[in-house]
Design a protein around this ligand. Structure first.
Ligand code: GLN
Ligand code: ZN
Length: 749
């Protein structure tokens, strides 16, 4: 039987971020026709690009987020949004972004990626419905173009496990049966509409699952496969080995299973031991959906051949959705060819899948030759090796990762003269169109370097003046020179390449352009010192030097896959260590090293976590370990549910840790309390993801809640995250309320 080809999903933001621009226009003007036209165009383009595949995934498009789409699909819009009386589309965006008077759904990381989804809310009174119009509309739209889609849905188990129970003690699994009623109904509707396959994504199976959850999985797929009218079912597991879920799924009557052989190559052997898979199609995810290196085609062919011998029918696919890689390498005309030759983006990965299918069905030889010519392994190129860097990493001693004890540092840092409940921000100030224009004008040659620098200094002055006027205690320069917190450093370090249009969706309309870490990393010269010292020269209050940490630089880059991440992280850490030293020499008394992605890279399975925390925490400590006792080291983490990394956060040994907390109403403090966290902590008192200005009352209540757990002299008052996505008036009002709430509480201490 012929081998089938597909991909598990595709980017949707548009090759030139068309969707982002259309969304922003819609939010400004309310022109729904224009937004829908852009959506239609992007879907069509995608289907065209996927034409060469045997099966084309559908429902990969979303105006904001696929989980949020399922909230509407299953009639789960919470009452606070329904009451607004908005159109379905505006209700959808209200859930995503909040309104003046209504908080949005929680936003959180999608597994260990840098994609964020909106968290569905479930409670004891939840009832499910079914609103399949979006799905049906898309099927019809594709059919009119002669394309048959395989709609992609989140599977029922993953959907429930990723949802949040808003009533205490609600076990979300108790909602499985009523939710399955809707899935059964939906399958019938899709069958009726002519879909012959449906893909159900169950990435939650790459995490540790309890016996009760595996039992729920079995019940779910027994029930779905028993549905009277239904398309064939492909269950996609990805981001890791599905562990105990593999035999469970194999035992159900699903027609096909997709496995991620990039993150879990050992699966081939486990699959061979499951005779029931000899009656099913198994898609081999051999093309990496999360990284940008070309597939080692020869290896992939042999993996596929091994797999083909032990399954009913072989499919070839990507390891996961291509949502996590940029669209097209072809447009990157400025990339060094030595780097470019080693890369494949979404389009090229589709070509790889097609090619692999051809090689297996028709002719291996072609491929093997191609492989020999094209794929140069990273460590085979001299371009990548920097002997000095390698020797320095090899020479790192344990004491390089160790500062003097916290209490000693605390005493030394009293010289900063900070009050109880010290106020600060996380680093960036609004990246307005004007600020971005400073950089684009320079790039386009419309202004000279000195003009560019002067305009940035004006921005910095404005940020410092505002902070002084508002009365913040530790100031920031505002980061106007940075396009992105990782790319900025990547552009100034050796060993990285950056792309022109390599955008990847982070959440909603927000995209990032991950740099490509392709070789040994080093710092040719100081990076941030000039801007920071300029800002410090304008004020007597301490200005924080602002760096991005090694783990985050790795997490938000596409990283070489030829050596352990730990080694690469230490290379980056040493470059940052030199930057910290230069900042201190130039007079910085506070330095912040952001690690918002520390949790993001956390392995999904418990068993792999200790090793990860050892190297990641070690890299942060290598970056900061050279700071003298009197220099206050801050770190910032962008999320609040960090149960699993809590010991890691403690291990960072930062003097002050700022974290996200407003949306989850300070729940995080309980976790910190439970491990006896003793250093400074700044749980964010307002959510910067929404344009809403928090009231003084609201902030005061959160400060009081935090004071119940953290003593005033260790509690910092700050927003949840950087302010770059906000406007100046919002920032001014929000920070004014933050400072006045702090002062009111301070007066009562
Ligand atoms: N210092 C960065 C900023 O304020 C931190 C951003 C982040 O945590 N993602 O923009
Ligand atoms: Zn943040």
């Amino acid at each position: 039987m012929n081998t089938l080809t597909t991909v598990l999903g595709y980017p949707r933001i548009g090759p030139r971020r068309e969707l982002k621009h259309a969304l922003e226009t819609y939010w400004r003007t309310g022109d729904q026709d224009a937004l829908e036209a852009t959506g239609r165009r992007l879907r069509e383009e995608t289907w065209q690009q996927l034409q060469g595949l045997d099966s084309v995934p559908g429902n990969t498009f979303s105006y904001y987020d696929q989980m949020l789409d399922h909230v509407q699909l299953f009639g789960l819009t919470p009452a606070r949004f329904r009451q607004l009386g908005l159109s379905p589309l505006d209700t959808y965006f209200a859930m995503a972004r909040g309104r003046d008077d209504v908080a949005p759904l929680e936003l959180t990381k999608w597994f260990d990626t840098n994609y964020h989804y909106l968290v569905p809310e479930l409670d004891g009174t939840t009832t499910f419905g079914l609103e399949p119009e979006k799905l049906l509309g898309e099927l019809a739209e594709a059919r009119a173009l002669g394309v048959e889609l395989r709609p992609v849905l989140i599977g029922p188990l993953t959907f429930l496990l990723l949802s949040k129970a808003t009533t205490p003690d609600l076990n979300v699994l108790t909602l499985l049966e009523p939710l399955l009623d809707q899935y059964v109904e939906l399958l019938a509707v899709l069958d009726q509409a002519g879909a012959s396959w449906v893909q159900l994504d169950e990435p939650a199976l790459a995490q540790d699952r309890t016996p009760a959850e595996l039992d729920a999985l079995l019940r779910a797929y027994d029930r779905l496969t028993a549905a009277p009218d239904r398309p064939n079912l492909l269950v996609a597991t990805y981001f890791g080995d599905p562990g105990g879920a593999l035999p469970v799924l194999a035992a159900t009557a699903i027609e096909a299973l997709a496995v991620d052989l990039v993150s879990a190559p050992g699966l081939v052997r486990r699959i061979a031991e499951l005779p029931s898979l000899r009656r099913k199609t198994v898609y081999a995810g051999v093309v990496d959906g999360r990284n940008v290196w070309r597939t080692r085609l020869g290896d992939a062919v042999s993996t596929c051949t091994d797999l083909r011998a032990v399954v009913g029918r072989l499919g070839i696919s990507t390891s996961c959705s291509l949502l996590h890689v940029p669209y097209d390498l072809e447009v990157e005309d400025e990339l060094d060819p030595a780097v470019g030759d080693r890369l494949a983006f979404a389009r090229q990965k589709v070509d790889e899948v097609v090619l692999l299918g051809r090689a297996i069905n028709e002719d291996y030889g072609v491929l093997v030759d191609l492989e020999r010519v094209k794929r140069r392994l990273p460590n085979e190129s001299d371009l990548l090796r920097d002997q000095a860097v390698r020797e320095r990493v090899a020479g790192v001693r344990p004491e390089d990762r160790q500062r003097v004890p916290y209490e000693e540092r605390r005493t030394a840092q009293q010289a900063l003269g900070l009050p109880a409940l010290a106020t600060t921000t996380i680093g960036s100030f609004p990246q307005t169109a004007d600020v971005r224009r400073i950089r684009t004008d320079l790039r386009a040659g419309r202004i000279t370097r000195p003009e560019h620098d002067e305009r940035l200094r004006t921005e910095i002055r404005r940020a410092i003046e505002l902070q002084e006027e508002l009365g913040l205690d530790v100031l920031v320069h505002g980061e106007p020179e940075r396009n992105d917190m990782v790319q900025y450093f990547a552009e100034r370090l050796d060993g990285f390449a950056t792309t022109r249009l390599g955008w990847v969706q982070s959440y909603g309309s927000r995209c990032v352009r991950p740099p490509i870490l392709h070789g040994d990393v080093s710092r040719p010269g100081p990076i941030t010192v000039g801007w920071t010292s300029y800002a410090q020269s304008l004020t007597d209050r301490p200005v924080k030097g602002m760096l991005t940490g090694p783990v985050t630089i790795l997490a938000w880059s596409f990283v070489r896959d030829d050596q352990p991440l730990a080694t690469t992280a230490d290379q980056v850490a040493l470059a940052l260590r030199d930057e910290v030293a230069d900042l201190v020499t130039a007079g910085s008394r506070v330095v912040q090293v952001d690690e918002p992605a520390l949790r993001e890279l956390l392995p999904l399975r418990e068993a792999d976590r200790k090793a990860y925390l050892d190297w990641s925490v070690g890299a942060f400590r290598l970056a900061t370990g050279g700071a003298p006792a009197a220099v206050q080291v801050h770190t910032h983490l962008c999320y609040s549910e960090f149960g699993a990394v809590i010991t890691g956060i403690d291990g960072l040994d930062a003097d002050v840790t700022t974290i996200e907390a407003a949306r989850s109403r300070m729940e995080v403090l309980g976790d910190l309390g439970s491990i006896g966290f003793r250093r400074g902590v700044g749980p964010g008192v307002y959510d910067i993801h929404s344009p809403r200005v928090p009231s003084t009352d609201e902030v005061r209540a959160l400060i009081r809640a935090a004071l119940a757990v953290v003593p005033a002299d260790r509690l910092w008052i700050n927003p949840d995250c950087g302010l770059k996505t906000r406007d100046w008036p919002e920032v001014r009002d929000s920070l004014r309320n933050l400072v006045s709430a702090t002062r009111e509480v301070r007066a009562t201490l």
